[in-house]
Design a protein around this ligand. Structure first.
Ligand code: UT7
Length: 325
């Protein structure tokens, strides 16, 4: 009997501290950094983001998201035999945030590891979990995107610090005989490492190089719109489907203009797109599972529907997953 993987529960977590554009604009103005609500809304669609308090880590946000996902799936933490965390803001250099999260959940004993593919990290993690469940390597997985990007932002750089936020999303993926994930498509092009990166590293007990996020926004934008369209079409082709089969596009939430462009290229009306970038900002690997959970809990995304998830970011790395909920 062929094995498939299927989502049986989702959850998410936003830290309580919410900054509207007005809050952020006045905080930045106090430091001599000039920006405006108008610029942020017009260029990105972002109106607010959440920032974690000091002492809160990605695993803490992931823990809340995982507990909600487990509850939705009707499972206990002890049922889980695989945890994959997509993050670029891990709790520490090592061990993995997945191991820390596993212990906080009380789910010790199964496999646990992190995936680092920046904003496409959740797509990578989901594709890897799907492959492992299909081969029988695991049966019940938690796939998590958890980020605290506020820690790696340069609040003197207005071109980046207004874009990102903190949060986590999680889903339970279970193996079984009914298809859930239909196809996935992953890519990277390391020629573009320098256009979106945190170039610092740890050596000899010190951080060497700049440990804050750098981005050539326009270069990322131009590449993003092309590769997202390609990945969506490649994924549909693998599943022998067309864009008209998609009930919901659940894209990485970086910029409303990128989201609109992707929807347009797939000939999907914006009514079929889950948008959270306005309220969450760009939460990197957390943005897709946050948007998915938001769509499900708001009653719009329903069992039996076909979803296209897709993301792109630092690397450049990108990918898409097509699934039946
Ligand atoms: O999640 C990973 C993937 N990341 C992305 O997908 C991000 C992709 N890139 C983008 O979303 C957009 O490129 C940005 C939102 C980052 C920037 O938007 P843009 O329309 O490409 O703006 P720009 O970089 O061309 O800058 C336009 C102007 C510049 O001024 P001049 O040179 O025209 O005078 C900037 O200095 O806007 C200025 N600017 C700002 N002004 C007010 C840049 N940031 C700000 C700001 N407030 N925060």
């Amino acid at each position: 009997m062929a094995l498939y993987s299927r989502i049986t529960g989702t959850g998410s977590c936003l830290p309580p501290q919410r900054l509207s554009n007005a809050d952020l604009v006045s905080k930045l103005a106090a430091q001599g950094v000039e920006t405006s609500d108008d610029w942020i809304v017009e260029r990105t669609g972002i109106r607010a983001r959440h920032f974690a308090d000091d002492g809160v880590f990605s695993s803490d946000l992931g823990l809340v998201a995982c507990r909600a996902a487990l509850q939705a799936a009707g499972l206990q933490a002890s049922d889980i035999d695989l945890i994959i965390v997509a993050t670029s803001t891990p709790d520490m250099v090592f061990p993995s945030t997945a191991c820390i999260l596993q212990h906080k959940l009380g789910a010790n004993g199964g496999a646990a590891f992190d995936v680092q593919a920046v904003c496409s990290g959740f797509i990578y993690a989901l594709a890897v979990a799907d492959a492992m469940l299909k081969t029988g390597a695991a049966r019940k997985a938690l796939v998590v995107g958890a980020e605290i990007f506020s820690r790696i932002l340069d609040f003197t750089d207005r071109t980046t610090c207004v874009l990102f936020g903190d949060g986590a999303g999680a889903l339970v993926l279970e193996s079984g005989s009914k298809p859930g994930i239909l196809a996935s498509d992953l890519h990277a092009d390391g020629r573009h490492v320098g256009i979106l990166c945190v170039p610092g590293h740890v050596a000899g007990g010190q951080v060497l190089g700049d440990p804050l996020l750098k981005m050539e926004g326009q270069a990322v934008f131009k590449l993003a719109v092309g590769v997202l369209e390609d990945a969506a079409h490649a994924t549909l082709a693998k599943a022998d489907k067309t864009a008209s089969d998609i009930d919901w596009l659940i894209p990485h939430q970086a910029n409303i203009r990128i989201i609109q462009s992707t929807a347009r290229k797939l000939k999907l009306p914006m009514e079929k797109v889950i948008v959270t970038v306005d309220q969450h900002g760009n939460t990197s690997a957390a943005s897709i599972p946050l948007a998915l959970d938001h769509g499900i809990r708001s009653g719009r995304v329903k069992p039996g529907q076909t979803l296209m998830l897709e993301g792109v970011g630092g690397g450049l790395a990108w990918g898409a997953v097509l699934l039946d909920l």
